[in-house]
Design a protein. Structure first.
Length: 260
C-alpha cells in the first residue's frame, strides 16, 4: 500500500512540473521569437515480482510476468521550433526569419548568443542592436546621414543618403545541427551547448537558411487553446493522483480497523 503513496506522489510532482512548463509558455505568449516548451516524461523502475518466461512447472513457462511500476518523472523539456505568427510592423529594422536560422549578437564580454527576436534598432554609434543593446555579429553600422534603410531577403542592408544608395553590411544567420540542444538564457537569447553542435553561419535564403522578411516580427509560437487544454489535462491528472493517495489511505484505515 505504501508503494501506491510514493507512486502517486511522483505523478503529482510530474503534473506540477507540467503546469509550470505550461505557465511559462502562456506567460510568453506575446514574446517575440519565443518557442514553446514541451514537457516529456518517462516511467520509473519496475519491481519484478515474476519474470516473464519463468518456468512455473515442468515444461511450462509463464507467458507474461508481474511488474509493478514506481511512477513517473520529468525526462526533458524540449523546445518546439515551429514558426510563430508573422506580424507586419512597417519598421525597417524589424526582421522575421522565414525558415531555419537565428540572428547572432555579441555580449559585452565578446561571447556570442543567438535569437529569433528580430526587433532591432540603432544605438548612439549607429550600430544595429537588439532591445538590450547587444550588437549584431558581424556588426552593421548605419551612417548618420541615412534617410532610409532597407533589408533584403538575403540580409543585405542598404541605406539611402543625399548621395544616393549604398550597401553598408550584410546580416548573417546561424543555424545548428540540433537547435533543441540550445540552452535558454533569458532575454530571448540562446547559447550554444555540446548537444546543439557548433554553429553554422551562412547567408539568409541560401543553403537551408531562412530568408529575412523586413518590416515584420515573428511572434511566439504558443497556441493559447492548446496550452489551456494541456493545462486542464495536467490539473485533472494531478487530482486523480491525489485520489490514489486518498484511496490508499482509506484502505490502510480499513485494515487498521480490523484489529479493533
Amino acid at each position: 500500500m505504501l508503494r501506491a503513496f510514493s507512486t502517486a506522489a511522483t505523478g503529482m510532482t510530474a503534473q506540477q512540473q507540467m503546469v509550470d512548463t505550461i505557465a511559462n509558455n502562456l506567460a510568453n505568449i506575446n514574446t517575440n521569437g519565443f518557442k514553446r516548451r514541451q514537457a516529456m516524461f518517462e516511467d520509473l523502475l519496475y519491481v519484478k515480482m515474476k519474470e516473464a518466461g519463468r518456468e512455473v512447472s515442468a515444461g511450462v513457462t509463464a507467458p507474461s510476468g508481474i511488474e509493478i511500476g514506481s511512477g513517473t518523472r520529468l525526462s526533458a523539456v524540449t523546445k518546439v521550433f515551429s514558426p510563430g505568427e508573422r506580424v507586419e510592423t512597417g519598421r525597417a529594422l524589424d526582421m522575421a526569419i522565414n525558415g531555419d536560422g537565428f540572428f547572432q549578437v555579441t555580449l559585452p564580454n565578446g561571447d556570442l548568443r543567438y535569437t529569433r527576436d528580430g526587433s532591432f534598432q540603432t544605438n548612439a554609434q549607429g550600430q544595429i542592436v537588439n532591445s538590450n543593446g547587444l550588437a549584431l555579429d558581424p556588426p552593421v553600422t548605419i551612417p548618420d546621414n541615412a534617410t532610409g534603410i532597407s533589408v533584403g531577403v538575403d540580409g543585405t542592408v542598404t541605406v539611402t543618403t543625399d548621395k544616393g544608395t549604398q550597401q553598408v553590411g550584410n546580416i548573417q544567420l546561424v543555424r545548428f545541427p540540433n537547435a533543441e540542444g540550445l540552452t535558454a538564457e533569458g532575454g530571448n537569447l540562446f547559447a550554444e551547448t555540446e548537444s546543439s553542435g557548433a554553429p553554422l553561419t551562412g547567408t539568409a535564403g541560401e543553403d537551408g537558411f531562412g530568408g529575412i522578411q523586413a518590416g515584420s516580427l515573428e511572434k511566439s509560437n504558443v497556441q493559447m487553446v492548446s496550452e489551456l487544454v494541456d493545462l486542464i489535462t495536467a490539473q485533472r491528472a494531478y487530482e486523480i493522483n491525489s485520489r490514489a493517495i486518498k484511496a490508499g489511505d482509506s484502505m490502510l484505515q480499513t485494515a487498521n480497523q480490523l484489529i479493533r
